[in-house]
Design a protein around this ligand. Structure first.
Ligand code: NAG
Ligand code: NAG
Ligand code: NAG
Ligand code: NAG
Ligand code: NAG
Ligand code: NAG
Ligand code: NAG
Ligand code: NAG
Ligand code: NAG
Length: 443
């Protein structure tokens, strides 16, 4: 291995301070490029970080931990590896404002008094994890590229920003109890988008989102997804305080579609939704009286489960339900007859068929079979199944003796334990918001 003398100096000082064995050290091709011996180094004092300031690029994984108060990593523009800051329980602020790229992950975790983390030039990172940061009020960056974003158990009040970030694989924000606002310009999420167990008053604005593989929302007070066109796998709104959901550009959900336990929900709009590739579950939304948002829904490839206090359910366009149907409402004004017509035409293919209103119920068991009668009957079904006549009360002999084999696979999510972020701090937090004020010259 060969490198310039100047570089050797920087390199050796960096590695020796980091307490690594000198063997295996090698220089990069550019001046100021340093390779961490053994590919992993741990800095436990500002003095260690000062030595790295001679490197514009660091190759290897850097961990910062120990008894630091305020710390900064100056000059370093790129880490070809990961950066993790953990268990530095006295660390109050950290800045690495020259870094524009971290090819691996950036992880900040278990930093109990950290209030400010500043990565003012950071544009690219593989994954970013902010975990158990109970005092943090500001995290800033200029992130335009990231595969995964995971923010859990922090005191951040907002995750506003990602103004240039349009694509991620995963976006998971959970257990941030002070969180009130999430705003992003994301357009696509190729894996899961999940917001759960944050502050109950969190508002979400993802108006640029066009498609996502999965979406799961819990404990959210308002949601805006104006451009959402497709959810490839599952879409779930579970246990929120939202009063309305308007997703008029959404045309299909690839797997299970769930709206459950949203007790403040009174208004739904899904005017372009035609296809649900899994189960369709709208249940236990106690104040939802009229379910007329699904008038264009044509196919449900799983079971249809609609349970609650609703007076009306409009499934005018429904042609095919691959699974069974379980429709139950406490309202006596609801009519089961459109559903019974659908079922008698063979449009509901599963064995289970339950329709109950008020105290009366109608239950029919049939052997599931696809025959030419069934398909030829569908056209009639689609035009005849409307819930126009409310006065008619459903009847038929009771007993829910129907087979349970097609019951819906509603994806429910058990509430994970709430995080411990909080303490006594009164955060005025903003993710990517204000620029962090950091003691500048720590070198
Ligand atoms: C955190 O650091 C303290 C010392 O500062 C140490 O005693 C403890 O074991 C560390 N915990 C972890 C999980 O590394
Ligand atoms: C949520 O907001 C409402 C009014 O906007 C307020 O009354 C309520 O206390 C808030 N809840 C929490 C947990 O902050
Ligand atoms: C996301 O979708 C995939 C299918 O693409 C599924 O296997 C997975 O369980 C889903 N994850 C969540 C969190 O819903
Ligand atoms: C649907 O998306 C188009 C742009 O693709 C937008 O103009 C329109 O406002 C969206 N519809 C709704 C209901 O937001
Ligand atoms: C999800 O659906 C959209 C729109 O149909 C499509 O463009 C995208 O490639 C799909 N993504 C995945 C991960 O299947
Ligand atoms: C909904 O939230 C309440 C507490 O806010 C919790 O007790 C309940 O288990 C949650 N239900 C679901 C389905 O997540
Ligand atoms: C439904 O989708 C069509 C395009 O397919 C669009 O023109 C229309 O605005 C959408 N409806 C609503 C209510 O957004
Ligand atoms: C609705 O709530 C009831 C009673 O809590 C529960 O048994 C049922 O499983 C819930 N249904 C769905 C689909 O969440
Ligand atoms: C049923 O409908 C009638 C007239 O539309 C209304 O007066 C009555 O309150 C409704 N009953 C229930 C239980 O919703």
């Amino acid at each position: 291995m060969q490198y310039k003398a100047l570089l050797t100096t920087a390199l050796l000082s960096a590695t020796s301070v980091l307490g690594q064995a000198a063997t295996g050290t090698s220089g990069g091709s550019n001046a100021g490029s340093c390779t961490i011996s053994g590919s992993q180094a741990t800095a436990t004092a500002q003095a260690d970080l000062d030595k790295l300031a001679a490197c514009s690029t660091i190759t290897g994984d850097l961990t910062i931990t120990g008894d630091l108060g305020n710390a900064a990593l100056a000059n370093v523009k790129k880490i070809d590896g990961s950066l993790e800051i953990n268990n530095a329980t006295n660390l109050q602020s950290f800045a690495a404002d020259a870094i524009s790229e971290i090819t691996g992950d950036l992880t900040l975790k278990g930093l109990t008094v950290l209030t400010t983390a500043s990565f003012g030039s950071l544009e690219k990172v593989q994954g970013i994890t902010l975990l158990t940061l109970p005092a943090i009020s500001t995290f800033n960056s200029k992130l335009s590229s990231a595969d995964n974003i995971y923010i859990s158990d922090t005191s951040l009040e907002s995750v506003d920003g990602f103004s240039v970030l349009t694509k991620v694989n995963g976006f998971n924000i959970n257990n941030n109890r002070y969180l009130t606002s999430i705003k992003s310009s994301l357009q696509t999420v190729s894996d899961a988008l999940s917001f759960q167990f944050n502050g109950d008053n969190t508002t979400i604005n993802l108006d640029s989102l066009i498609w996502a593989n999965n979406i799961t929302l819990s404990d959210v007070s308002s949601v805006s997804f104006d451009n959402l066109q497709a959810v490839n796998a599952s879409l779930g709104f579970l246990n929120n305080t939202i009063s309305e959901l308007k997703l008029n550009n959404l045309t299909s959900v690839g797997q299970t579609f769930t709206i459950t336990f949203n007790n403040d929900l009174t208004h739904l709009e899904f005017s372009n939704l035609t296809k649900v590739g899994g189960g369709f579950v709208v249940a236990n939304n106690t104040n939802l009286k009229s379910i007329d948002a699904f008038a264009n829904l044509q196919t449900v490839n799983g079971a249809l489960d609609v349970i609650g206090n609703f007076d009306s359910l409009d499934l005018t366009a429904l042609k095919s339900v691959r699974g069974g149907a379980d429709v139950e409402t406490k309202s006596a004004n609801f009519s089961c007859s459109p559903l019974k017509k659908l079922q008698s035409k063979g449009a509901i293919q599963g064995d289970k068929f339950i329709c109950k209103n008020g105290f009366k119920s109608s239950s029919v068991s049939k052997v599931s079979s696809v025959t030419s009668d069934v398909s030829s009957g569908r056209r009639d079904v689609s035009t005849s199944a409307s819930t126009s006549s409310r006065s008619e009360s459903a009847s038929a002999s009771a007993s829910a003796s129907a087979s349970e084999s097609n019951s819906a696979s509603a994806s429910t999510s058990s509430r994970s334990s709430r995080g411990a972020a909080a303490g006594n701090s009164i955060p005025a937090a903003s993710f990517l918001g204000a620029f962090a004020a950091v003691a500048a010259a720590l070198i």
